[in-house]
Design a protein around this ligand. Sequence first.
Ligand code: SF4
Ligand code: SF4
Length: 347
Amino acid sequence: MDNLSQTIIDFVMCEGFTCAAGIATMETLAGGPPTSDITYVLPGAKSAISFAIALDQSLIEPFLSKKDRRSYQHDHIHAHYLSSGLSFELASHLEQRGYPSRPLNSNNSYRTDASPGGPFDVIPDISLRYLAVASGVASFGLSGNVLRKKEGAAIVLGGVVTSAELEPTPPLPAEENYCDACRLCIASCASGLMDPEEEARVTLGGREHTYSKRRSNLRCEYVCGGFTGLHQSGKWSTWSPGRLPIPETDEEFMGALAHGIEVYYQRPLLDGGFYSPLLDKRLGLTCGNCQIVCVADKEERKRRYKMLTSNGCVVQNPDGSLEVLAPQEASERLAAMSAKARALYEV
Ligand code: SF4
Ligand code: SF4
């Protein structure tokens, strides 16, 4: 590897904040979808540096089993801020060495010109997943999330696009990809984002990758955004206290989301959280289940799925605090609310 490429990888890895780093180039991204086009953010771009930050595995069980939401949320947001900060530092370093560069936000930065819904369609400037797969940082799982043997899908990605001509790193070999199509990611998603039947195929640098076709991004926005969270079985929920119905078809989601946002504005705030450019009110982390249920050890995956689906449903108290109740008790709690209070959570 040439000196500059080596220095850049060391820049990202040396302090131990990241668990993997790699380099993708115009050639190794060639043939990819529009969000793999690095010249979208930097005309004249030649390469992109990709890296991953591991989430704290010890906080996943308490989150999935609905014992502690706040600690996982904190770790998740911290990892995103660390990722975006590292991208900013690296881009600045490259700029000062004479290579125009552009840091990529780890999340919450969307194209405004790519689709009729603009930023509400949550199409990123550049897909960090494509950079990660092309550069050997991670591989696609059936979920469409990217996986690493050690960390599972519980990673936060980051990246920088640069005009420097860096040396590409190869994609991970097939034997590094532990996805066995168990479909627990699909079963863990109350929104139905991942199509259970159809596959998506993506070619990057001549290599084909497959994962489940994603239906409308509004599905994840509606559930992962915290507007609703009750699974259609009625037996478990995300950390969202919302029980708004989850539509069948993609076309119905814009209306459902609009209503979800309207009532969300009137609900008490959750602890901590983050701001999305799409909303004036702070959001809390209530899902991410497809990501954190997925680890290489299949027995552990099943255990995590069981934790998620056997620990009841979340309701919200008037002071904003969340309480976890058995499914029937949760229904009764809602039924006992005044009509006005209840309308904030269910129709
Ligand atoms: S949960 Fe199962 S099917 Fe989904 S990505 Fe992970 S290993 Fe693959
Ligand atoms: S984050 Fe939640 S709502 Fe979004 S795809 Fe994953 S499981 Fe589904």
